[in-house]
Design a binder for this molecule. Structure first.
Ligand code: DQA
Length: 146
């Protein structure tokens, strides 16, 4: 089982960026714990502040991995191109947000990528990523039963 976590713009600053909203833990630190919790799953990781680089990564991994966990950051609310990239590849994607975007500014309430994803998890802090991994594992198990 191979899952790719893709983080978009400004998420390289997790731990330093608005800790009241996103917490004070770095993603690298969290990722070490997440990988240790799933020793049988190869969890890849990619982060970029550039829309095109995120699209390229989806193209690269989307034909090979079993699922994508995507926190597209602000591109969530703007990017038709990311929506199209997710639709272009067979791997199922879960849209993730650390904060509950629906309790925040109105411009965060709309996602252009949700419709290209299997589901959406938001508002559980960094644990949103683990919940997304769990959802993809369950999907995979159910697919194998079919
Ligand atoms: C975010 C929410 C987005 O609205 C914001 O632009 C981010 C992070 C989250 O994880 O809560 O960069 O995706």
């Amino acid at each position: 089982m191979r899952i790719e976590i893709i983080n978009g713009p400004n998420l390289n600053l997790l731990g330093k960026r608005e800790p009241g909203v996103y917490g004070s833990r770095s993603f690298d630190d969290y990722l070490t714990e997440l990988r240790a919790a799933y020793p049988d799953v190869a969890i890849g990781y990619f982060q970029s502040n550039c829309e095109g680089a995120l699209i390229d990564r989806i193209h690269e991994v989307g034909f090979e991995c079993d699922g994508i966990v995507l926190n597209a950051g602000a591109y969530t609310h703007t990017s038709v191109a990311l929506h199209d990239a997710l639709r272009a590849v067979p791997a199922p994607a879960v849209e993730v947000h650390i904060s509950n975007v629906h309790t925040r500014e109105e411009f965060r309430h709309n996602s252009l990528i949700s419709a290209a994803c299997k589901g959406v998890i938001c508002g559980f802090g960094l644990d949103s990523y683990r919940l997304a991994v769990e959802a993809l594992l369950k999907e995979k198990r159910e697919e194998e039963k079919r």
